[in-house]
Design a protein around this ligand. Structure first.
Ligand code: ASP
Ligand code: MG
Length: 411
């Protein structure tokens, strides 16, 4: 007998009809004898609707109350699915995060899971029931309701799979797997059969929205076999795996992009110890996350210092930097909030030279100017003007032959 955790996202439970369809799917698996824990998101749009209600009352809602509010979305869907299953003659029982006891820290609206009590779930599974658990939520040590951050139901599912030592965790969503890039930008994008955790983590961090980043981290850490599949069609989806050797032998596995960044530069910074700290210290104090950083020393013993932040933080960062510029006696602050970051990702980079130069050659041929570059062992990111996004993604997709089925290792 196999045990699975199935997670269905908001669009998969967006209407009563769809909830009934999910129930059919779950019942079919249950009929085969598998033990099933089902984790659900709120109906699509519901979490946004609740946030909108809150901000009509409080401009910055108190985060504890926000969690009480937001957790209701998932409570609705688990109850409805449990009813739908029972209506089909499939025994089922729904639980909120607090009832299972998914214990988290007390950081409201972005809590982290600390422990999961599996006693109730195991008892229900052993009694032949499907267990339906509200995603995205838990309770802290004092019993306050917490939520795990947007997209957090993925993390709930992976954490439950880890705690229960499930055979696989299936994330059912509105796409049928992880693609080489976003098919809305490149229609020739291809579904990957497999991708490594490391690659998936890079893809998620670099802008691919298929899975919440934290769920991938969790799956990697606890060795949870994770599969992304479509709720609406049959298919094997994409398996996220540890084994590099099992993965298709391609130079790169995917192209991710991020349209949420903005770039700030401070020029003519005196080239002295402590300058970088003086620039980024106040930015960090304002809780602004920094992504890429570049510094270069010029002949005249000054440096140009460039970094990127989330666009939501752009105005605040620019304000801080203008003050820093005066304090440091630097020359000027220049900014650009119409940039994008395009990244190629692949474990194949480790064993092949010349991937970066190939990427730059492709962009050069399209006359796309590269504004910043960052690399890690398995990714290369460039910042370019927003207007070139589609062109860059398509040209890279073609040049790295991502549209073609790669050779399978050992095939
Ligand atoms: N309902 C939550 C959200 O919209 C959690 C989730 O869907 O994973 O962010
Ligand atoms: Mg979601």
């Amino acid at each position: 007998m196999a045990m699975y955790v199935y997670k269905f996202g908001g669009t998969s439970v967006g209407t009563v009809e769809r909830i009934k369809a999910v129930a059919e799917k779950v019942k079919a698996a249950h009929d085969k004898g598998d033990q099933l824990v089902v984790v659900l998101s709120a109906m699509s749009g519901e979490t946004n609707r609740l946030i909108d209600l809150a901000v009509q009352i409080q401009k910055t809602p108190v985060s504890r109350e926000m969690d009480v509010l937001l957790s209701t979305g998932e409570q609705v869907t688990v109850a409805l699915l449990s009813m739908a299953l029972q209506e089909l003659g499939c025994p089922a029982c729904s639980y909120t995060g607090g009832q299972v006891r998914i214990e988290t820290d007390s950081v409201h609206t972005k809590a982290r899971i600390k422990s999961i009590d599996d006693v109730k779930i195991r008892a229900d599974l052993n009694a032949g029931k499907v267990v339906v658990v509200a995603g995205f939520q838990g309770v802290d040590v004092s019993g306050n309701i917490t939520t795990l951050g947007r997209g957090g139901s993925d993390t709930s599912a992976v954490a439950l799979a880890a705690a229960l030592k499930a055979d696989e965790c299936h994330i059912y969503t509105d796409v049928d797997g992880v693609y080489t890039t976003d098919p809305r930008i490149e229609p020739k994008a291809r579904r990957l059969d497999k991708i490594t955790f490391e690659e998936m983590l890079e893809m998620a961090s670099l802008g691919s929205k298929v899975l919440q980043i934290r769920s991938v981290e969790f799956a990697g850490k606890y060795n949870v076999a994770l599969r992304v599949l479509s709720s609406f069609s049959e298919g094997r989806g994409t398996l996220i795996t540890y084994e590099e050797s099992e993965v298709e032998q391609a130079l790169i596995s995917g192209i991710a992009f991020n349209k949420d960044e903005a770039k700030l530069t401070i020029t003519g910074v005196p080239d002295i110890p402590g300058a970088a700290f003086k620039i980024l210290g106040p930015v960090a104090d304002a809780n602004i996350e920094i992504d890429m950083i570049i510094q270069n020393v010029a002949d005249d013993a000054t440096t140009d210092f460039t970094f990127t932040v989330h666009r939501n933080d752009f105005v605040k960062a620019r304000e801080i930097l203008t003050n820093v510029c005066n304090d440091l006696g630097a020359r000027a602050v220049t900014t650009d909030d119409s940039i994008v970051k395009v990244s190629i990702v692949g474990v194949g980079m480790r064993s092949h030279a010349g991937i970066a130069s190939k990427m730059f050659e492709v962009l050069a041929k399209e006359a796309i100017n590269i504004r910043m570059i960052a690399t890690s062992e398995i990714k290369i990111s460039v910042v370019i003007d927003e207007k070139y996004l589609e062109l860059a993604v398509r040209a890279l997709h073609k040049a790295f032959e991502l549209d073609k089925e790669p050779k399978q290792v050992g095939a």
